[in-house]
Design a protein around this ligand. Structure first.
Ligand code: NAD
Length: 502
């Protein structure tokens, strides 16, 4: 098996306002989830590192000239970042695989997506427009935008390079300095991105990457008075905690949080497409995706046939060595996360579920050599639960699908919307009018009709309710990192009348 190589033998330095040195905090390990081997070690940031990074970022924001550059000049640097990501794509994809265990096919797609994000925000940066608003007096009125200053990004472990790029690119395009805290267990790609940004010409001091514990480093960043916005992606309870701190500071936040997304298969669906889409929606990334289609509603008349085909598809998935091009599903991120997924399946059974397929760790008969130490779990389909069951309501973040039949559309809409989450939804139907109406009735930040888990930089992304606040992506994504300013430019020939001077 040729899957494991070290990312680095030496302790990895971290990036403190453009300076590369060992963090002042405790030693962290990046573990390859497919084998349990340590692939990189680094010292986390200390609280002193956080203070230094933010102070220097503030200074760089004021003095480096980045914020004052013309938009097309900043765009040129963003295009160069995209280019450098592409030139180093294979190395980045391999490192991402080792850092978080996704299949190489997926990590290649993540790297391509990160490059696309920088390219998109470069283009958005140079074409973004302020506006002249209709005047209501003797003045010209305008709406303009100014960069906020130092902003923070806090990201999770499931798609690190994508989450990091989604925040770094618009923040840099806006003219801000950025302090990034990656998940403690997957710090490597954030550091790689920072190196690339520097090599492309982002001024020193403007970017810091501060790995470490969320409750210590993330907390200190969030509370810092010079941090003017936090863009957070992660779990809902962490998001609510950060939002409470932000409320005290009167600081804007954006929150990309959890999900329990419904996929709805109507009786007129193209079943080949729907089976492929449902499998991809729940089992790609081993289900460790905020937008995983983890609640499946199938029209009663086709339920048995659909579930038979879906089960056959799930059993045929190639689960295993993430380094192989043919692998569809890698391991879960950690042993403790696999334990949590296992507990959810047990909970489902205790709530009355039957296991249609899966429900276990991958047996050693299917895993060779070092892979037998990896955190693999079978693609799992549970049946017989109601939408009210905890297993159908709580985010499992693993390869576990809860399948339920539905009788009529009114009940379907009610049940699909009966969740604290509202991140995404999928609809499979050949009837475009029905699909459109259902798509408008379902409450979710993103709705896919006859496709699933397709994402584009140009289309705003985010959640309702416990799935989040605000939107990322899209041209307007840059405005998250800017303050809006109304400007009035007087055109009156005479002094203002109040002083009565004329
Ligand atoms: P998490 O909330 O545990 O951690 C996310 C980040 O927050 C990490 O960097 C962590 O160190 C940091 N953090 C933790 N406590 C903190 C605190 N008190 N103050 C500041 N920062 C803190 O989430 P996770 O387990 O890393 O990721 C999985 C979750 O992320 C899932 O719920 C998933 O749905 C969600 N997610 C959402 C999206 C989206 O776009 N909506 C995308 C990916 C993942």
């Amino acid at each position: 098996m040729k899957s494991t190589t070290l990312i680095s033998e030496k302790l990895l330095p971290i990036c403190i306002a453009g300076e590369w040195r060992l963090g002042g905090g405790e030693v962290y390990e990046s573990i390859y989830p497919a084998t349990g081997e340590v692939v990189a070690r680094l010292c986390a940031a200390s609280l002193a590192d956080v203070e230094e990074a933010i102070q220097r970022a503030h200074k760089a924001f004021l003095t480096s000239g980045w914020a004052k550059k013309l938009p097309h000049e900043r765009a040129t640097v963003l295009f160069r970042i995209a280019q450098l990501i592409r030139e180093n794509a294979e190395e980045l994809a391999q490192k991402q695989r080792l850092d978080n265990g996704k299949s190489i096919k997926e990590t290649r797609a993540l790297v391509a997506s990160a490059a696309g994000t920088f390219q998109f925000f470069g283009a958005a940066c140079e074409t973004l427009e302020d506006s002249i608003t209709p005047s209501r007096g003797d003045y010209v009125t305008m709406s303009v935008h100014e960069p906020m200053g130092v902003v923070a990004a806090i990201t999770p472990w499931n798609s690190p390079i994508v989450s990091d790029a989604q925040k770094m690119a618009p923040a840099l395009a806006a003219g801000c300095a950025i302090v990034l805290k990656p998940a403690e267990i997957t710090p490597v790609l954030a550091l790689e991105l920072a190196r690339i940004c520097q090599a492309a010409g982002v001024p020193k001091g403007l970017i810091s990457v501060l790995p470490g514990k969320g409750s210590v480093i993330g907390d200190a960043i969030t509370k810092h008075p010079l941090v003017k916005r936090v863009s957070f992606t992660g779990g809902t309870s962490t998001g609510k905690h950060i939002a409470r701190i932000a409320a005290e500071k009167m600081m804007p936040v954006s929150m990309e949080l959890g999900g329990k997304s419904p996929t709805m298969v109507l009786e007129d669906a193209d079943l080949d497409h729907a089976v492929a889409g449902v499998l991809y929606g729940i089992f790609s990334s081993s289900g460790q995706s905020c937008i995983a289609g983890s609640r499946l509603f199938v029209a009663e008349p086709i339920y048995d046939e659909f579930l038979s085909r879906l089960t056959a598809g799930a059993r045929a998935l190639r689960v295993g060595d993430p380094s192989q091009d043919t692998t569809q599903m890698g391991p879960l991120i950690s042993s403790s996360h696999r334990n949590s997924v296992e507990r959810y399946v047990e909970l489902g059974v205790s709530e009355g579920a039957s296991i249609r397929t899966g429900g276990s760790r991958l047996g050693n008969d299917r895993l060779l050599g070092k892979l037998s130490n990896g955190y693999f779990y079978e693609p799992t389909i549970l049946e017989g639960l109601s939408n009210k069951a905890r297993t159908a309501q709580e985010e499992i973040f693993g390869p576990v699908l809860v399948a339920m039949p539905f009788k009529d559309e009114a009940t379907l809409i009610e049940e699909a919307n009966d969740s604290v989450y509202a991140l995404a939804a999928g609809i499979w139907s050949r009837d475009f009018k029905r699909a459109w109406k259902l798509g408008r009735a379902v409450q979710a930040g993103t709705v896919w009709i006859n496709t699933y888990k397709q994402l584009s930089s140009s289309t705003p992304f985010g959640g309702w309710r416990d799935s989040g606040l605000g939107r990322e992506k899209g041209r307007a994504g840059i405005f998250q990192y800017m303050e809006q300013k109304g400007m009035y430019w007087g055109t009156n020939e005479m002094p203002l009348p109040w002083a009565n001077l004329s």
